[in-house]
Design a protein around this ligand. Sequence first.
Ligand SMILES: Cc1cc2nc3c(=O)[nH]c(=O)nc-3n(C[C@H](O)[C@H](O)[C@H](O)COP(=O)(O)O)c2cc1C
Length: 157
Amino acid sequence: MNTLIVYDSQYGNTERIAQEIGESLSALGRARAVRVDAVRASDLEDVELLFIGSPTQGWRPTQTIQSYLRSPSFDQLRGAHVACFDTRFQKPRWLTGSAAGVMAKRLRERGIEPAAEPTSFFVGGTEGPLLDGEVERAKAWAMGIARRLAPQPARQR
Ligand SMILES: Cc1cc2nc3c(=O)[nH]c(=O)nc-3n(C[C@H](O)[C@H](O)[C@H](O)COP(=O)(O)O)c2cc1C
């Protein structure tokens, strides 16, 4: 499965999740993590599964991710599956907001139904670190989505 992970990150925590997801999913095919300001339109060509990750800042994704979600290059997606994640504080979502929730809403406004529930991974403070077990949880989450969407191999006779 050809997977692209587009992310933004101020202190490196969302970047770490993006890269770890990329490394795990490379077991299933091409997978790479690219920071949002370095993504070119051609990166979306042939992508089957796109993850978008952002830190939650002021209840929302970063400005750069918000612009990315509005960009015309997004029209290149052509039926690729999309899933959103964020990093944020481990408090009730009504207190913290969730960048992933906002991203999923923006996708739906563009007619794209996310392939999975928006999901958050938790940091211990503004600059991190990621809480124990969050990297593993992120890898398992992403792998679960990819396995569910990957074409099943033909059954052996
Ligand atoms: C300006 C700013 C606003 C923030 N607002 C929120 C918020 O609304 N909710 C929340 O849970 N965390 C908030 N945080 C904490 C971030 O979610 C945390 O810095 C982020 O998860 C770290 O990811 P990064 O290392 O990829 O930047 C905020 C952080 C900054 C710097």
